[in-house]
Design a binder for this molecule. Structure first.
Ligand code: DOR
Length: 445
């Protein structure tokens, strides 16, 4: 039996910060308390002066396997996730082949069982013609459906209104959506091309993929969910206007329509295009300072339920193309929590709120079994944080296969020191354990 006693840590959990010890037996937390008595042999980790979070659950990552392994692999990005305190991830279907048949979903899962270093599960992609597959899914193993209601990397646009309605009506799974209205984007792009020809400046990205594109699409999705009773989760909100579509007057487990915000929309605003260029080209686009402030506000006031990354790596050569050819997306899993800790030091968010939105809420929303909390009986997925440590992000520290980060040169305050996954110390002061301790996520359904 493997026993670890973690002593003197400051635990952030369920709205409280308390100094308590944790006893871990094999992969689970068995006791939390002060001065836990345990007479057998155990490894002791002294967490004096450290903050301990439950491992983060990132419900939106693109790890690019199968098929796009020049950008990333499940192995490389899941290691980067562990270094970033993310112990579990839900991965997106826009790989090659796309995850739109049960056979492809099984293949991806099998691949992860061999190569992932963090706990994994894979969303299933809905298209204009795979309703039969959606209805045949094992809802106990598939975390959610992902629908691209606006096109992005991977050509997965679903735009047949009848099919959409049928999916919304018939699935019991959470429907996670990317919302941007295609026609609005096309019209705006045409205007930009007329004005700038082939040399569209990147700061036009939020003019092309604008607030209206987001609002039109997300308001339509919300209306359809209300009409059909579907369980809708709107990914990566980027505008102040969309926040009015969501509610903050009920607990998460009673909500049928929820929303999420990603780290890049909280950290950057449109003034940053000047310095970062296409490195911060994302879909939906980074918008104004006013939108950025509204997103923090929406998060702190519970209109937005989940904090995620939308980690979406591309090679640096792809990214450094001109605006039109540069793909949207960038790597984030290693730096999302450090960015949030830095935001905490700036007074933008509390530690308890980070834990609620990045650990507890994804577990509630997707019914993830025994994770997302520091709780007796739960899996021991834990992150140790040196909260006052200041440091600068350099290329050398990056674990992403693509080898770049929009945060290179950024100074953060709050460093991840260790990560424990399923009771195993898997990351310690910059080093990843060479053996994986990852498991497939399971669901309370
Ligand atoms: O910027 C983005 N990149 N947004 C998405 O929705 C997809 C992602 C990707 O896969 O590259």
């Amino acid at each position: 039996m493997r026993i670890i006693k973690i002593i003197n840590g400051l635990l952030v959990n369920e709205g409280n910060i308390t100094k308590q010890d944790i006893l871990v037996k094999n992969d689970r937390i068995v006791k939390i308390g002060n001065s836990i008595k345990f007479s057998g042999e155990s490894k002791v980790i002294d967490a004096s002066g450290k903050i301990i979070f439950p491992g983060l659950i990132d419900d939106q990552v693109h790890f690019r396997e199968p098929g796009l392994t020049n950008k990333a692999t499940i192995k490389s990005e899941s290691k980067a996730a562990l270094a970033g305190g993310i112990t579990s991830f839900l991965e997106m279907p826009n790989t090659n082949p796309q995850t739109i048949t049960i056979a492809n979903w099984e293949e991806k899962n099998k691949l992860a069982s061999k190569t992932s270093f963090a706990n994994y599960s894979f969303m299933f992609g809905g298209t204009n013609d795979n309703l039969d597959q959606i209805l045949a899914l094992d809802n106990k193993r598939v975390p959610a459906l992902k629908l691209f209601l606006g096109s992005s990397t991977g050509n997965m646009l679903i735009d047949d209104p009848e099919v959409l309605k049928e999916i919304f009506r018939s699935t019991k799974l959470v429907i996670a959506v990317h919302c941007e209205d295609e026609q609005t984007i096309k019209n705006n792009l045409k205007i930009a091309k007329e004005k700038y020809g082939d040399k569209i400046p990147v700061d036009q990205h939020p003019v092309i993929r604008d607030e209206n594109a987001c609002y039109l699409s997300s308001s339509r999705a919300v209306a359809l969910a209300k009409e059909t009773g579907a369980r809708l989760h709107v990914f990566h909100l980027s505008t102040a206007k969309e926040i009015s579509l969501f509610q903050n007057n009920m607990p998460l487990n009673e909500k049928k329509i929820t929303a999420e915000v990603c780290i890049h929309h909280l950290w950057f605003n449109d003034l940053d295009y000047k310095k970062k260029g296409t490195l911060i080209k994302w879909n939906p686009s980074i918008k104004s300072k006013k939108d950025q402030e509204a997103l923090w506000d929406g998060l702190n006031n519970d209109f937005l339920d989940v904090l995620a990354t939308d980690h979406a790596p591309h090679t640096i050569n792809e990214k450094l193309n001109d605006y039109n050819k540069s793909p949207s997306g960038g790597p984030l899993v290693q730096h999302a929590l450090p960015a949030l800790l830095t935001a905490y030091h700036k007074g933008l968010v509390s530690l308890e709120k980070i834990v609620e939105k990045a650990c507890h809420n994804p577990a509630i929303l997707f019914d993830i079994k025994d994770r997302g909390y520091i709780k007796e009986g739960y899996f021991a997925d834990l992150v140790f944080i040196d909260i006052d440590k200041e440091y600068k992000i350099t290329k050398n520290d990056l674990l992403y296969k693509c080898g770049w980060s929009p945060f290179e040169g950024t100074k953060f305050k709050g460093k991840i020191e260790k990560t424990i996954l399923n009771g195993t110390l898997v990351y310690d002061k910059g080093k990843i354990n060479s053996k994986s301790a990852a498991k497939e996520l399971t669901f309370n359904r």
